[in-house]
Ligand binder design. Structure first.
Ligand code: ADP
Length: 659
């Protein structure tokens, strides 16, 4: 008959650093030979320090020997990696510890269900309830360990040890911390299990407890010094043979993820202040990111809107005072109507030019009935309608004809209409401009306000009407040339420049008394500078996010340290590296996401505040929210990875020993 457990010359040496480079070697096991068969009830006794616990930990696959051979169910343990031993532990072995090692914040059901979840078993909750009933705790299902007596806790631990139908139960001083009456109950439970065929290996220093066993092994100084039959017959059955290895359970199965989520949530809510502090960095990073994107995009849009409302592909030509060395201004000459007519004539033959216009700007006092207001007046040709997007939303634009006849017609901006007419339709009404009557023929489209001026507070009159009737002047303010498209604007500029130079009768080398400004260049400059500012702002938020991530990492390291024993226990009852990894990762991702949610809300209000109080144009986009969440998720994941990996690689027994 093959033994279930078979060790030969098993050695365990501990090397302890005592400082100053001095190391002490302790041989906890000095060459143990031992066979234990399926169905046995074995007690291991011996004086304190003799190596009992060490032997049990190695037999239970919580620790590895430093020498000798260990065959468990015929399989050589030394050839297995940590995940394989974890798998064996999970399906073959149950543990009962002196200090119960229950998860204090979980209910009895959850404590017992955990190994089932880890092993990928079916219906963990139902099975846990069933097991708790068999240890007479059917009435304490939703209690937490702190609400139970020592004996009851140990019974929960036994139920947990039974969760995956183990072949062996290792019990290390299981009655060391409970009253004598409860000791009796626990021992009877173990006895019942043994009668059902479970191999029991019990470490104790109490002869009363050992008496329950059928076989007594005595250990001294790391060696087996006695092997006695306490009750005959010693029951020995055939060992189970090949245990069908279950398909490696999927670590991302929802049951396991739910377990991870629950544990992470518990850990986070337990330490609210620390969690809040940990999220602070991410929160600030995300808040500034969201606000900065809103402000940056808002600025970009405002600039874009402003520029496109001025028209695109436009050259502005102004008369200027040429800079001359002597500071004289003898050839300064403003444009007049005949200059504009010449330009109109000339541009007809230039394919790169789409349209030309001339404008004069001035202030005007306008009134309707008893209401007065001061507004900006633009006098222009009908070309301005298309060129600068002034298509009226009501009524019509004036015609060339009306311009030539100096008709008394006017188009009013939205603000002007509001001031003079309220909600009434202004089209058709007569208003006074500088005390003369004009007919309102159209309402201009809404242009919006910039920081400097309200561009709806304006009126447009025909160029000649403005020059001759209202302002009484001959000189034009600016002439504008619209190129066919953005590709032809530079060419148009060259042609116009050339023509203008001749038209103004300048000699070569003479300074120009006019200036042509390419509005596309200016537009680009604006867009670029708003782009630079918004990327700078984003870079700052990324730095904040990094700092936030390091904050998370810090807290996660503390969290791992604090729960080292818990990690050890989870591993002892079958938790694999991926289980531990995912538990801590979920925790750090939760911190990150929490920071993300609060940060997004904060950022949203920041952008609203900036719009309200600083009058900044902001544009809050759902896209930035999605990016913010993705960022906070990634920050949590990336910065949680190192601590979580550290936790997952802890050796179960060292973690259990951790003080
Ligand atoms: P028992 O369970 O019989 O009291 P142990 O197996 O715990 O004995 O310990 C056996 C010997 O090994 C003791 O001398 C103890 O000091 C030593 N020992 C146990 N664990 C460690 C460890 N982690 N590091 C160093 N020495 C240890």
């Amino acid at each position: 008959m093959k033994p279930l457990i078979s060790v030969r010359n098993l050695v365990k040496e501990y090397i302890t650093d005592v400082g100053d480079g001095e190391r002490i070697e302790v041989k906890a096991l000095a060459g143990v030979d031992l066979d234990i068969y399926q169905g046995e009830f074995v007690a291991i006794m011996g004086p304190s320090g003799s190596g009992k616990s060490t032997l049990m930990q190695i037999l239970g696959l919580l620790d590895r020997s430093t020498g000798g051979q260990y065959l468990l169910n015929g399989q050589d343990i030394s050839k297995m990696n940590d995940d394989q031993t974890a798998e064996l532990r999970s399906h073959l072995i149950g543990f009962v510890f002196q200090f119960f090692n229950l998860l204090p914040r979980s209910t009895c059901i959850d404590n017992v269900a955990l190994p089932i979840i880890y092993s990928g078993g079916e219906n963990p909750q139902e099975r846990a309830i069933e097991l708790l009933k068999t240890v007479d705790l059917g009435h304490r299902l939703t209690h937490r360990p702190g609400q139970l007596s020592g004996g009851q806790q140990q019974r929960v631990a036994i139920a947990r040890a039974l969760a995956n139908n183990p072949k062996i139960i290792f019990a290390d001083e299981p009655t060391g911390n409970i009253s004598s009456q409860q000791t009796e109950e626990v021992l009877n439970l173990l006895d019942d299990l043994n009668k059902k065929g479970v191999t029991i290996i019990l470490v104790t220093h109490e002869p009363e407890v050992a008496k329950k066993a059928r076989r007594l092994i005595t250990v001294k100084d790391g060696l087996v010094v006695g092997d006695d039959v306490l009750q005959s017959p010693v029951i020995r059955c055939e060992s189970p043979g090949e245990i069908p290895q279950k398909q490696a359970a999927d670590p991302f199965h929802w049951k396991r993820l739910r377990e991870s989520l629950r544990m992470a949530w518990g850990a986070l809510t337990l330490n609210l202040l620390r969690t809040a502090l940990a999220t602070l960095g991410v929160m600030i990073g995300i808040a500034s990111f969201v606000a900065m994107v809103a402000i940056g995009e808002g600025a970009k849009k405002a600039v874009g809107d402003m520029i496109s409302s001025l028209g695109t592909n436009i050259l502005n030509i102004r008369a200027v005072n040429p800079r001359s060395a002597k500071g004289t201004s003898e050839n300064f000459r403003k444009f007049e109507m005949n200059d504009f007519e010449a330009l109109q004539q000339f541009s007809k033959s230039i394919p790169a030019i789409k349209a030309v216009d001339a404008q004069v700007y001035g202030d005007a006092t306008i009134s309707y009935q008893n209401k007065n207001s001061m507004t900006e007046m633009v006098a222009a040709t009908p070309t301005i309608e298309e060129m600068q997007n002034f298509k009226p939303v009501m009524g019509r634009f004036f015609t060339d004809e009306e311009n030539h006849m100096q008709a008394r017609v006017v188009l009013v901006g939205q603000t002007v209409a509001q001031n003079l007419f309220g909600d009434q339709n202004p089209v058709g009404s007569m208003i006074k401009i500088n005390r003369a009557e004009y007919q309102v023929i159209g309402l201009l489209p809404r242009k919006g306000a910039t920081a400097y001026k309200d561009r709806d507070d304006m009126i447009i009159v025909p160029l000649r009407t403005g020059l001759n009737r209202i302002m009484g002047r001959r000189t034009l303010g600016v002439m504008t040339v619209e190129a066919q498209d953005s590709a032809s604007i530079n060419r148009a500029q060259l042609v116009v420049d050339d023509w203008m130079f001749n038209q103004r009768q300048l000699k070569s080398g003479e300074p120009k008394n006019y200036d042509i400004r390419n509005m596309n260049d200016i537009q680009q400059l604006y867009t670029q500078s708003t782009g630079i500012i918004s990327s700078m702002l984003k870079a700052i938020s990324v730095v904040a996010l990094l700092v936030g991530g390091i904050g998370i990492m810090n807290v996660m390291f503390v969290s791992v340290k604090e729960r080292t024993r818990e990690v050890g226990l989870r591993k002892a009852i079958g938790g694999k590296r991926t289980d531990i990894l995912s538990q801590f990762l979920v925790e750090s991702v939760l911190i990150g996401l929490f920071g993300g949610v609060v940060g997004t809300i904060l950022g949203y209000f920041l952008s609203i505040a900036a719009a309200e109080w600083l009058d900044w144009a902001t544009l809050f986009s759902m896209g930035s929210v999605v990016i913010a969440f993705a960022f906070s998720f990634v920050v949590g994941l990336v910065f949680g990875l190192w601590p979580a990996k550290q936790a997952s690689e802890l050796s179960p027994i060292e973690a259990l020993r951790y003080e």
